[in-house]
Design a protein. Sequence first.
Length: 534
Amino acid sequence: MSKFFKVMALSLSLVMALSFTGCGKKAAPGAVDSSQAKLGTSYPLDTDETLKYWLQINENITASVSEFGETEFAKKAAELSGVKVEYISPAIGQGTEQFNLMLASGDLPDIVEYGWFEFPGGPAKAIKDGYIIPLNDAFAAYAPNLTAFLKEHPEDADKMIKTDEGVYYLFPMVRDGEKLLITAGMIVRQDLLDKYGIKDPETYDEWYDMLVTFKNNGIEIPLAFNATNTYEIESLFRTFGSPTGYYRDGDTVKYAPFEPEFKETLTRLTKWYSEGLIDKNFTTTDSKIREANMLSGKIGVTYGSGGGQLGKWIQALPKDSEIKLGTLTYPTERADEIGSKHKSITWPYSGSGSAITTACKNIELAAKYLDFFYSEEGHMLANFGIEGESYTMVDGQPKYTEKITNNPDGLSMSQAMAMYMRSYSAGTMIQDERYIEQYYALPEQQQALVDWAEEVKYTDSFLLPRVLPTAEEASEMAEIKNNADTYRDNMILKFITGIEPLENFDKFVEQLKAYNVERGIEINQAAYDRYLAR
């Protein structure tokens, strides 16, 4: 039983005091009268109604079936919840386009699972524009499971899934466990460390010494990084000392390029590149080229995910290969530091989840159906699938069967998981840490979860939460971000490769100010202050 469900039984009957109702005789959208509840309080619910549910699917699902409703997960969810669901999914790769067309048409289903946090103008605008309903009343009346979880997680869930006015807007996906917050990091040629007697480097200076050793012993690319998009540039910078955008220092919002750590990181990477320690083609190298370089022994260390890179590469290497891969913790300036302040972690709240639309005629049914996935039975289904088929209980813990780990039909693990559960990707649920402890099945992947998650709470104390600018602020931020981010990323690459001398760093800062980044700091500070007051 997960840590949440150990306490959930004590608080299942909790209701939220906060409600969201309109004025006068007419109730506001989303207002419900719990005295009119018809469906009971236990599952399966007694109903003949069908809900329409819009959600996106991926290639792991279409490897076996043509639509989400054909998965074993969907079939079992209908059986256990008692609710029939008609799933509507856009073609793969057309999610955003079809989402916008759906909103424009006004032909809304009952439930839409989407990244509502990123809705233009914020989720409050999605409510104001009449697409989705506020859920405070629905949570209080019909969602005891989620409500109990939110009470137990006030900072890493409850505060994150409501607007600054205190309005809940979706049934969220929440990552419940530190190992779920960071699934990528430094992947090293362990055979090289062993061969040259290199102790796992902890500081930037020790990293420099390791890279020099690699280069001096014929490793063509001591440090490989892709830098073909903002995320990859951000990962490179965070690994070696600084974010590239906004972060918090205590309760103060800062912008990294204006702070000393940024220039120190930039100087460090520029030096390493000039000495041939970083891939000379890192600005154009894509993931396929990097993979080929790693498997052919050209790379000493790189940044990658535990599944898409580390696990994939290990399995692709011949059994008699001399190449052995391992992982490293994130480095720091000094060995006595608590941990890496700015490594690439994510938020517990994914930003996505299921909202109930204004077209829904039975809010009670929709809310109770979605709340099922926060019950113990729904939680196990979402994370592990069907007991006896995709998992069994061993010493009180769910263990994936060979149908998942060694699929007899030749499906990859993620493809097999897609038939039975949602934890492998995303969905409306509390993602369970025990899922990834099995998904990352190789010993090297298990160690990666330990190495990369080291002192993640310390790193989290510098991460700016998912704050919500107002609609007006969001419009300002969009312009600032479009101009400043593109310029910043281009200049980072120019500085590192020597195209732009570091002597021009002050001019770089002045140009960012000309793009109104100081106003961006003000907007984020105001949004963060409102977030703290939620």
